[in-house]
Design a protein around this ligand. Structure first.
Ligand code: DX5
Ligand code: ZN
Length: 219
């Protein structure tokens, strides 16, 4: 079992000063930073690339970089992100490539590996890989943009993956991403999720310290 973990999404941070957004997170005692990487092809938006992660590392940011690649050809970018300082690299199941080889490559480069499914992708698509991952990420919105509404129809999928995890005595994390706030996060927690990406709800919170205290209570 994993202690409930908050992973603020840098996508909702200040893009003119991402280092300040990262320091806000670490200053609150949070360990994780979710880094959304978009290619304008797999998703209809662009964000930032490996150089941004490297620059944050040079700036002294020590957070665990939970790197979410929303790319049509993620296998081409594993090495650049590993070298830039990613601690974990998560890749989507939907594009065609050798998923098992890509997951193995991520680990070979010293990172943890995750597999991600879009709302329209059934849990059965990732089921064969459960023993080979450190994390499964269930998208609770169609990826591409922050600030969308949580899809409660993803809860059965979270329950199913949690059930497989228990039955097989596996210990991967179960992460949710998209429209997560303290209320929707609690619903996902009850369904078995332990790792919570929060973009808008975290960065727009009026009082960040209060937000972290409230998260600790629901968790
Ligand atoms: C969505 C990204 C998310 C995004 C979540 O495409 O994968 O990580 O930052 O943002 P919120 O929490 O605002 O839905
Ligand atoms: Zn994400």
């Amino acid at each position: 079992m994993h202690a409930p973990t908050l992973a603020p999404s840098l996508l909702a941070g200040d893009h003119a000063n991402l280092a300040a957004s990262a320091r806000l997170v670490s200053g609150l005692g949070i360990g994780w930073l979710h880094c959304d990487i978009m290619d304008g092809h797999f998703v209809p938006n662009l964000s930032f690339g490996p150089e941004t992660l490297a620059a944050l590392r040079r700036d002294g940011v020590k957070l665990f970089f939970d790197t979410h690649l929303m790319l049509s050809e993620p296998q081409r970018y594993i090495e650049p992100f590993a070298r830039a300082g990613a601690d974990q690299i998560s890749i989507h199941i939907e594009p065609e490539y050798d998923h098992a080889a890509a997951l193995a490559r991520i680990r070979e480069l010293g990172c943890k590996c995750g597999l991600v499914l879009n709302p329209g992708t059934p849990a059965s698509a990732i089921e064969p890989y459960l023993a080979q991952v450190d994390l499964i990420l269930v998208m609770t919105v169609q990826p591409g943009f922050g600030g969308q509404s949580f899809r409660s129809d993803m809860l059965p999928k979270i329950r199913q993956i949690n059930q497989w995890r228990n039955e097989r005595r596996l210990d991967f994390r179960l992460e949710v991403d998209g429209g997560i706030d303290l209320a929707t996060g609690a619903e996902c927690h009850a369904a078995g999720a332990d790792t919570f990406v929060m973009g808008t709800s975290f960065f727009r919170a009026p009082n960040h310290a209060q937000f972290v205290a409230d998260f600790a209570r629901f968790a």
